[in-house]
Design a protein around this ligand. Structure first.
Ligand SMILES: NC(=O)c1ccc[n+]([C@@H]2O[C@H](COP(=O)([O-])OP(=O)(O)OC[C@H]3O[C@@H](n4cnc5c(N)ncnc54)[C@H](OP(=O)(O)O)[C@@H]3O)[C@@H](O)[C@H]2O)c1
Length: 284
């Protein structure tokens, strides 16, 4: 079974599961891991300037031999050097990735562009690189309601996604942001989706995941992946292990979670608030 694709509001499509080249690979060569992921059938690769390893992602893409049009590559701009434009910064990424375009280009965080008028100006430049054909789609990451509203006020093209930390322990706090995104057809991309397993294994979601996993014959991680998928969320995850690549992809072969199971995870998550990344998201 192949990874399902979601439609973006600009008409392009996005594979629902991405392999991330950050966190475990931050400042490290990710080429072998990305190559393994592509060989295992991942088509969506999440990169970022901030991870300081775009060259190694480009190396893996080139080595894979997979035709460019079969891959969905995303990268992100964290900040601009003094006097640098978005176009110049993006061209630096494209050179490192050895690509002529990326499928998706994100502003990594609003924090770098908080000065009055700056976010609006940067968004206009993001639209210009889309018009120039250097990127297919443009979006944002770690944006609060206030940041999205600034961009939406001036947008010719709305951001197609907001990539945020998303798992059961932040869902309740994020509900107003998710509502605004839904009203504007902005897709949610999740990172940190495994946090209930990796950092909060003693939390109230764990027994619920264990019970559902047993019932559907999968792992707790696969239950979390299905929970995200059934909410229409793009999951950006990662691993250093080949067997975990198979585990993640194996989630698509499992039966759907029932409404009762989905609600049980929601309710257990709502009992505890825990965030690992992007402290500014605590105040939407
Ligand atoms: N936009 C942003 O600001 C932002 C921030 C953070 C991340 N990201 C992106 O999202 C990607 C994923 O982020 P993340 O690493 O936080 O995602 P995650 O999906 O929460 O965690 C992935 C990690 O979980 C571990 N894991 C999975 N199942 C496990 C299990 N059953 N037991 C123990 N460990 C398990 C894996 O370890 P193993 O290696 O042992 O398999 C892997 O390293 C990043 O690489 C990056 O591309 C973006």
């Amino acid at each position: 079974m192949s990874v399902p694709e979601y439609k973006l509001l600009d008409g392009h499509t996005i594979p629902q599961l991405a392999f991330g080249s950050g966190t475990a690979f931050y400042k490290k060569d990710a080429s072998q891991a990305v190559l393994s992921a592509i060989k295992a059938n991942y088509t969506h690769i999440d990169a970022a300037q901030m991870y300081l390893n775009e060259e190694s992602v480009g190396e893996a893409i080139a080595q894979s031999g997979v035709p460019r049009e079969k891959l969905f590559v995303n990268t992100k701009i964290y900040k601009l050097e003094p006097g640098q434009t978005i176009t110049e910064s993006l061209k630096g990424s494209l050179e490192k990735l050895k690509l002529t375009y990326v499928n998706l280009f994100l502003i990594h965080s609003p924090i770098s562009f908080e000065a009055p008028g700056q976010l609006e100006e940067v968004w206009k430049e993001m639209e210009a690189v889309k018009d120039a054909g250097l990127v297919r789609s443009i979006g944002v990451s770690n944006f609060r309601i206030r940041d999205l509203e600034r961009v939406l006020r001036v947008a010719k093209y709305k951001p197609v996604v907001n990539q945020i930390e998303f798992h059961p322990y932040v869902q309740k706090q994020l509900l107003p942001l998710l509502k605004l995104q839904e009203e504007n057809s902005i897709l949610t991309e999740s990172f940190g989706g495994m946090i209930p397993i990796t950092l909060k294994a003693d939390g109230p979601v764990t027994p619920v995941l264990q019970e559902i996993a047993k019932k559907i014959g999968g792992t707790e991680g696969q239950v979390l992946l299905k929970w995200q998928e059934q909410k229409g969320i793009v999951d950006v995850t990662t691993t250093t292990k080949d067997e975990r690549l198979k585990e993640y992809l194996g989630a698509y072969f499992l039966r759907k979670l029932s409404d009762v199971d989905m609600k049980a995870i929601d309710d257990a998550g709502a009992k505890l608030h825990f965030r690992r990344y992007a402290r500014h998201m605590e105040e939407l």
